[in-house]
Write a protein that binds this ligand. Structure first.
Ligand SMILES: Cc1cc2nc3c(=O)[nH]c(=O)nc-3n(C[C@H](O)[C@H](O)[C@H](O)COP(=O)(O)O)c2cc1C
Length: 202
């Protein structure tokens, strides 16, 4: 499917066929696509928790406003980020580059993130957002429906998935076979309210 078609076709689908199971090969394709996505300094700081255990899904649903997507979509991916990825032997993110480039990048990464907690978190959330969109567009291109979600108790979900101390949850992406088509799009702001040339009006 053309990228533009996937963008146009993607909708937040809320109801799924609970009996449908996404083939493992398709799920792997979707995750591999997300892993090709961009991250600042190539930190690859996203971490994808694919929740397959039905009992755990039920527990997550209970702290996610009882939203049916959590248990009924074939795949539930908790898109997380390692906030401390920048400290963890960063030269390895550049392992296929020459040694001098690895060393240079490791130094730059340390200089950029050290002592800047807000930046560490902002970058992690950027990575999660971009990865989530790649997950969704790839899933749509393979014929599935998706829903991005942040309607849940982040701390409770963190405990349920054993989230490491130095990680954060970005959002969920549910993927499956929709059972009810989405309602028509809710409305789009006028282009001139959201697109600007050069700068905002003064
Ligand atoms: C960060 C984020 C969190 C969202 N959380 C939820 C959610 O918890 N439950 C839900 O049903 N939809 C959720 N949505 C879907 C939005 O409601 C939906 O994307 C929006 O209404 C536009 O509809 P569309 O995606 O079909 O174009 C979320 C979307 C985003 C981007």
């Amino acid at each position: 499917m053309d990228v533009l078609d996937a963008v146009a076709k993607r909708r937040a689908v809320k109801q799924y066929d609970p009996d449908f199971q996404i083939p493992e090969a398709d799920l792997a394709k979707i995750l591999d696509a997300a892993r090709m996505g961009p991250t600042a300094f190539n930190l690859q700081n996203w971490r994808f928790v694919v929740v397959t255990d039905p009992a755990l899904r039920k527990q997550i649903r209970a702290v996610a406003w009882d939203q049916a997507q959590v248990t009924d979509a074939s795949a539930l991916i908790v898109v997380c980020a390692d906030l401390a990825a920048w400290t963890k032997n960063p030269a390895r993110y550049w392992q296929d580059a020459p040694k001098e480039v690895q060393d240079l990048m490791a130094g730059m990464i340390d200089q950029y993130y050290r002592g800047r907690e807000q930046v560490q978190r902002d970058e992690a959330m950027r990575s999660c957002g971009l990865a989530a969109q790649t997950l969704m567009l790839t899933a749509v291109s393979l014929g599935y429906e998706t829903c991005p979600m942040d309607g849940f108790d982040f701390d409770a979900v963190g405990k349920l998935i054993n989230l490491p101390e130095d990680h954060a949850i970005g959002l969920f992406v549910a993927i499956g076979k929709g059972s009810v088509p989405p309602k028509p799009r809710a409305g789009s702001l006028p282009k001139d309210e959201v697109v600007f040339t050069n700068c905002f009006a003064s």
